[in-house]
Ligand binder design. Structure first.
Ligand SMILES: Nc1ncnc2c1ncn2[C@@H]1O[C@H](COP(=O)(O)OP(=O)(O)OP(=O)(O)O)[C@@H](O)[C@H]1O
Ligand SMILES: [Mg+2]
Length: 490
C-alpha cells in the first residue's frame, strides 16, 4: 500500500477512509437524538421565538390599520354629509355593511350628527381614541381584544380623513376585530412554521455534511485503529480540510502514529526482556555451579587460593542476587494488595530481625511507633516496603568508615485521620542530588555495594497499589522518606 506524508510528518495510507466504505461500520446510535437532531429542534425553537418578537408589533399594527380603515371609510361618508347635508338610506346600509359598524356619527365640535345606525344591542366595552394611540397602548389593547370573551361593542374615535378636523365616531362589535386578528395570527403562525421548517432543514442538511459525517468518519477511524493499534494502515487518513475538524484529524493521525510507534517499541522491548530473562535464568544456574566449585577450592591448602576464594565467592553472591532481582522485576506486576489491619510496630520488629539490627555492632535502630498504631495494608507488601527503605539506610551507614559518626536509623509513625504517616530516616550522608530526580525509577542506582536500583521503584509501586504516597524529605539532614498509607475506602 502506498503511503503519503502529512504536514506533521504522520504517514498515512492513500485513499483510506475518505468515502471508502468501512466493512466494520457500526450503525449510528443517534439519528435524531444526535447533534443534528438537537440542532434541528433548536433551530425550529429559535425561529419560532424570533417570530414572536415579530408577531407582537405586527399584530398591533394590524389592529391599528384595521381601525383606521374603518374610520377612513366612515370619514368619506362624513364628508358627503358635510357637503350635501344628508345621506341616502341605501348609502347608510352600504356603509354599515362595508365597515361592519353598528353606528357611525360625526362630531363637529358644536354639532353631533348620526350618519348611520343599525339596531344591534350591546354595551360598549372599549373606547379607543385613535388620536392618542401609543405603541404600548396599542399592544396592550391588542391582547385585551385577542383574549376578549363576550359580545360587547367598542367605540372608535378619530379624525376620519386627512386634512379634516371633524371627529368620526364608529361603534363596532369587538368580535369582528377579534376574528380578523385571529385569522391574521393564524397566517403568521403558518408562515413561521414554514420558515422555521425550511431553515431547520437547511441547518440539518449542512450540519450533516459539515460536521456529522466527518465526525462519524473520525469515530470510525478510531474504532478501526483501536481494534489493532499496531497496524499502521489503520491510522486516520487526512482529508486535507482546513477547519477545526481537519485540525482534529491531523492531531488524531499524529497521536495514532505515535501510539503505534510506541507499541512497536514496547513489543521489541518486551521481546528483548524475555530474552534477557532467559539468559539471566541460565546465567544464575551457571553462577550457582561456579559457587559450588569455589566452595570446594576454599579447602585447598594454598594461601593465594585461600585469600582470593572468599572475594570471588562474595562477587559471585552479588552476581546471583543481581540476576535474581532482575528476574523478579521482569516477572508480571505485583499482585493486588490483600489488606489486613496490622500492628505497625511488629512489622518494624520483623524488619530489624531480618536485617540483623536487633543488636547490631555499629548501627542503632529506633522504632518510635506506638503499639496502638494500626495500619491497613498487605502484611507482606508493607514489610517489603519497610525492609527496602531500612536496608538502603543500613547500606548507606555501613559504607561510612569514620568510627565517630552517629549511625542511627529511625522509624516513626502515627495515625492522621484515615491514614498512617510513616517516616524512615537515618543519620547517613543523604541521597546525592544527581540521583534524586529518578529515585523511584527502576534501575537507577547510585550505590557502591552493587545494588540494582530496584528497591525504591518497588517501594513506590507497592505504595501506589495501596493508594499511598512516598516522598523524600530534603529539608532534614541525612535521609528521610515520608510515607502515607490511607485506609481502604469503606
Ligand atoms: N538511606 C539512604 N541513604 C543514602 N542513599 C540512599 C538511601 N536510600 C537510597 N539511596 C540511594 O538511592 C539509590 C537507589 O536505591 P534503591 O533502593 O532503589 O536501589 P539500590 O539500593 O541501589 O538497589 P537495590 O535496592 O535494588 O538492591 C541507592 O543506590 C542509593 O544511592
Ligand atoms: Mg535498595
Amino acid at each position: 500500500m502506498k503511503h503519503e506524508g502529512t504536514p506533521n510528518g504522520a504517514v498515512v495510507p492513500r485513499g483510506e477512509g475518505a468515502g471508502a466504505p468501512d466493512p466494520g461500520e457500526r450503525p449510528s446510535r443517534h439519528r435524531f437524538g444526535g447533534l443534528s437532531g438537537k440542532l434541528l429542534l433548536l433551530t425550529v425553537l429559535f425561529v419560532m421565538l424570533a417570530e414572536i418578537f415579530i408577531y407582537v408589533p405586527s399584530v398591533a399594527n394590524y389592529r391599528d390599520t384595521w381601525l383606521m380603515d374603518r374610520l377612513t371609510t366612515a370619514g368619506v361618508a362624513a364628508s358627503v354629509l358635510a357637503e350635501t347635508g344628508t345621506i341616502a338610506p341605501r348609502l347608510q346600509e352600504e356603509l354599515l355593511r362595508t365597515t361592519g359598524a353598528v353606528a357611525i356619527s360625526l362630531d363637529q365640535g358644536t354639532r353631533r350628527s348620526l350618519i348611520a345606525m343599525s339596531n344591534v344591542p350591546g354595551d360598549v366595552d372599549f373606547v379607543i381614541d385613535m388620536a392618542v394611540v401609543t405603541p404600548f397602548s396599542s399592544i396592550a389593547n391588542t391582547f385585551q381584544i385577542l383574549t376578549y370573551r363576550g359580545d360587547g361593542l367598542m367605540r372608535v374615535v378619530g379624525v376620519g380623513q386627512m386634512g379634516h378636523t371633524e371627529h368620526v365616531d364608529v361603534v363596532l362589535p369587538v368580535r369582528l376585530l377579534q376574528k380578523d386578528m385571529l385569522a391574521f395570527s393564524g397566517r403568521i403562525l403558518g408562515l413561521s412554521l414554514v420558515i422555521s421548517g425550511i431553515t431547520a432543514s437547511l441547518v440539518y442538511i449542512s450540519l450533516q455534511a459539515l460536521f456529522i459525517r466527518p465526525l462519524r468518519r473520525l469515530t470510525r477511524s478510531m474504532d478501526r485503529f483501536a481494534e489493532n493499534p499496531e497496524d499502521t494502515s489503520r491510522i486516520m487518513a487526512i482529508s486535507g480540510r482546513r477547519d477545526e475538524l481537519g485540525e482534529a484529524e491531523l492531531r488524531l493521525a499524529a497521536m495514532e502514529e505515535a501510539l503505534s510507534r510506541t507499541l512497536h517499541q514496547k513489543q521489541r522491548l518486551a521481546d528483548l526482556g524475555l530474552a534477557v530473562s532467559k539468559i539471566n535464568h541460565d546465567l544464575r544456574n551457571l553462577l550457582a555451579s561456579a559457587q559450588l566449585f569455589l566452595e570446594r577450592l576454599e579447602h585447598v591448602p594454598d594461601p593465594t587460593v585461600n585469600r582470593l576464594a572468599p572475594k570471588i565467592l562474595a562477587t559471585l553472591d552479588r552476581a546471583v542476587s543481581y540476576t535474581q532481582a532482575v528476574m523478579s522485576y521482569g516477572k508480571a506486576q505485583e499482585r493486588a494488595p490483600q489488606r489486613r489491619l496490622l500492628r505497625l510496630q511488629r512489622v518494624c520488629d520483623d524488619v530489624a530481625d531480618v536485617l540483623g539490627l536487633v543488636d547490631h555492632d555499629t548501627v542503632t535502630f529506633e522504632v518510635k511507633v506506638d503499639e496502638a498504631v494500626e495500619i491497613d495494608a498487605d502484611p507482606e507488601q508493607i514489610f517489603r516496603v519497610l525492609l527496602n527503605l531500612v536496608r538502603n539506610a543500613l547500606q548507606a551507614l555501613e559504607a561510612e568508615r569514620d568510627a565517630a559518626l552517629v549511625r542511627r536509623i529511625t522509624v516513626e509513625a502515627e495515625r492522621e485521620g484515615n491514614s498512617v504517616v510513616i517516616s524512615v530516616s537515618d543519620t547517613g550522608p543523604g541521597i546525592p542530588e544527581n540521583i534524586q530526580k529518578a529515585l523511584f525509577k527502576a534501575f537507577h542506582s547510585g550505590s557502591k555495594h552493587g545494588g540494582v536500583g530496584l528497591g525504591l521503584a518497588i517501594v513506590a509501586e507497592l505504595l501506589r497499589a495501596h493508594g499511598g504516597t512516598i516522598h523524600l524529605d530534603t529539608a532534614r539532614p541525612g535521609t528521610c522518606f515520608c510515607l502515607k498509607v490511607p485506609d481502604r475506602a469503606a
